[in-house]
Design a protein around this ligand. Structure first.
Ligand code: SAH
Ligand code: SF4
Length: 375
């Protein structure tokens, strides 16, 4: 049989527990095998059935015939002097996605920024991913594969207190709520004890405001929610985030309230506010923002705009960001300013990614700037 006609093997990497159990039943095996294999894949970073020593040899051989554990290929891996690590990954059709691991709190927290799509269809005016247009949704295997690659590179998880990845933010490329069917199973694996075992407060989905999908998300899974607000009035927000013309600020905030009502603990929404020079960085904007968010249990994250060629926007000065932060403080909000991390690999990597595929380079600056607070 040639490679072209060989039957395709089932990739087990992106399967949630339910899917894995169904798979084992479909090959005439017991359901509990799912948990065993999940642990090998996600705890040990294993991609070789032969190494799964708690499975009978015959089962290992059978699995090798019908299934595989196939993660994305690592095209580039780099570590910055501040400890930020970055991977450029090649996914199925030769596209590239980036994943960044950002250490914080003296190494206690390691937050992985995960992509959900190649490109994005929503065309926010200040976002380089939006400018690339939409290419395709990532599969669940390609999404969880980013966590898998990062964890394998950092080293297998020794114990639950010493995880290579302690937090995940769905803040890489793409709009996760427009790839719901792949993002949710991948997040279920992040939460599952036989997957990555992260608590719901440590897995954050960031959305530009796909309101109906926020409702669906709340019905199906309990993770932390971040919204990309960036402006506190509809006129300006529609300019920055065109999706606002479909789901305006009121509709988005109402969806946030409904989401919080479904959480079984006291939770806050993270409000992301990209500060853009002379666009949304004045005192009146801070006042409007504080007023708008008064009713919503939330924390605000300020992200200085990361410029890219032909964006038409400018980065605000550090002083202006601090002034904006101070205005918010006077209005009752403590809003951290997210600083850019991994500057030295930025340059090295930028060159490399530039050689590989120019379009991923611009995106990297802003994902390196993101760090979400979590317990
Ligand atoms: N699509 C989702 C998640 C990915 S974007 C969303 O929009 O929320 C992750 C965050 O980075 C968003 O808050 C986004 O607005 C912000 N961002 C995008 N481009 C940026 C840039 N050039 N500078 C700073 N932040 C940016
Ligand atoms: Fe897409 Fe988010 Fe970029 Fe907007 S900010 S274009 S939703 S990735």
């Amino acid at each position: 049989m040639t490679a072209d006609t060989a039957p395709q093997k089932t990739n087990l990497l992106g399967m949630s527990r339910d899917e894995m159990e169904t798979f084992f039943l479909s090959i005439g095996e017991k359901k509990f095998r799912a948990a065993q294999v999940m642990k090998w894949i996600h705890h040990e970073g294993c991609d070789d059935f032969a190494a799964m020593t708690n499975l009978a040899k015959a089962l290992r051989a059978k699995l090798a015939e019908v299934a595989e554990i196939r993660g994305p290929g690592v095209v580039y891996e780099g570590t910055s002097s501040d400890g930020t690590r970055k991977w450029v990954l090649e996914v199925e059709d030769g596209s590239y996605v980036e994943t960044v691991l950002i250490p914080a709190d003296n190494g206690k927290r390691r937050t992985l920024c995960v992509s959900s799509q190649v490109g994005c269809s929503l065309d926010c005016s200040f976002c380089s991913t939006g400018k690339q247009g939409f290419q395709r949704n990532l599969t669940a295997a390609e999404i969880i594969g980013q966590v898998w690659v990062a964890q394998r590179s950092v080293g297998p998880r020794k114990d639950t207190a010493n995880r290579p990845v302690t937090n995940v933010v769905m803040m890489g490329m793409g709009e996760p709520l427009l790839n719901y069917d792949n993002v949710v199973p991948a997040m279920k694996l992040m939460l599952d004890d036989d997957g990555y075992g992260l608590s719901k407060r440590r897995v954050t989905l960031s959305t530009s405001g796909v309101v109906p999908m926020i409702d669906r998300l709340g019905d199906e899974i309990d993770v932390s929610l971040a919204i990309s607000l960036h402006a506190a009035n509809d006129e300006l927000r529609s300019e920055l985030v065109p999706l606002n013309r479909k789901y305006n600020i009121r509709a988005l905030l109402d969806a946030c309230h409904r989401y919080l009502a479904k959480c079984d603990d006291t939770r806050m929404i993270t409000v992301e506010y990209t500060v853009i020079k002379d666009v949304n960085d004045q005192q009146e904007h801070a006042r409007e923002l504080a007023e708008l968010l008064r009713e919503l249990p939330c924390k605000i994250n300020l992200i200085p705009f990361n410029p890219f060629p032909h964006s038409g926007y400018e980065k605000p000065s550090r002083n202006q960001c601090v002034r904006f932060q101070q205005w918010l403080y006077e209005l009752g909000y403590t809003a951290p300013i997210r600083t850019t991390r991994g500057d030295d690999i930025d340059a090295a990597c930028g060159q490399l990614v530039g050689r590989v595929k120019d379009r991923t380079k611009r995106h990297e600056r802003y994902i390196q700037s993101i760090q979400i607070d979590a317990d």
